[in-house]
Design a protein. Sequence first.
Length: 476
Amino acid sequence: MLNRVTKDQIIDRIRFENPWWITGQIEDDYNQMTRRLYFDLFAPLADEKEIRRALVLMGPRRVGKTVMLHHLVQDLLDNGVKPQKIVFITIENPIYNNISPDDLFAYSRQAAGIEEKSGWFIIFDEIQYLKDWEVHLKSLVDSYRENKFIVSGSAAAALKYKSNESGAGRFTDFMLPPLTFTEYIKLKDLERIIIPTKINWDGNITSFFTSTHLDELNKHFLDYINFGGYPEVIFSEKIQQNPGRYIRQDIVDKVLLRDLPSLYGIRDVQELNTFFTTITYNSGNEFSFETLNSQSGVPKTLIKRYIEYLESAFLVKQVRRIDQSGKRFKRENFFKLYLTNPSLRSALFAPLSPNDNLLGNMVETAIYSQWMHREWFTPWYARWQNGEVDMVGLSEKNLKPLWALEIKWTNRYYEKPSELKSLISFCKKCKLKNALVTSIDKEGIVGYDGIQLQFVPAAAYAYTVGKNTLAKKMLK
């Protein structure tokens, strides 16, 4: 006769997962971890009671979702919420197999010794392990209107798919992306080397950030490119010695092989893995359906579906192309693909050295990844027969170019701006009077052929984009 998990065992487990019921605070391991800058955006949504919605925290694996949820618990405790009315349950624990969230809430009330059903904060971590979680969650929101339900999940693509499909009007989605370079600097306690400054941009004085020690900032920028997307990795020398074992097995493989690619009609996960590896090695390059087909062996009919899945899983971002005049193409035959987190590349292949020939592409990927945190912004790149510009911002009103950015990991063009022929040509064609160019450590304005070129260090630019992105999110 098979043994079954008893009700008492379930209740004991719930008590074990909620030590603040006794201590009044979360465990020291979590309390000592620095809060991600995204926490200040997340916490108000969790405390929002006027709108009856569950909060769905989603994001790639290992970006700090569970830690953020524990920080939320401490925030609720600090704001006077009764400790016994904050419940944290890790759904992936086998002890909770085949137990509905409604029953788990009932067990939680028994474990806490509270019969009252209102005023609770119920957190379900790794909700994707619960079958039909979105149906259960919607029912809980409708049934217990005086409570706040908060769930998290690492299967970002699957969660977003099901949340959009079943949670309309009941769920608020919050995407926690990999670390920005700004967050990396904060977590490493390096803000001492950052200084605010100003640049003259398009006749306007614009806030910018640079460093008192650009050589040190660049060293950390390289570390960020190689290891910086995940909080756990940046503090572990052991993981950095073998990032492939940690990131490939625990993050990439689980996303590609386990996180429900079948939702997108993907049956051959090994083929998907090969496809993703091709993109990873060539992040920042221009692709077409033909080149992807020839390089990865994936049929053209499946490539669009694979890209859609990888974008939903927040692993890659597709960037579309405009021509030399800033106009969009009617047929999008060519496009670029970027990793949302440059450190994925070092995990699948090898960390890059300061003199690696491929570092320029990954600097470009790192800068693009900072912009990807702006869901309201769509970046473009310009390419024509004899030239290319790395990033272009288009006006939302008339889709005309507003600014242009050339991403370089060299100081060469500061001394030889005449070699930036494509950028100069694009600016003249689109009537732009200035443009941004990144460098290793050169700063300043260089005029050439009627165009003002503002040079800024690539690491400082990446930090500034991340810093300003979070500031803008706070205002939205």
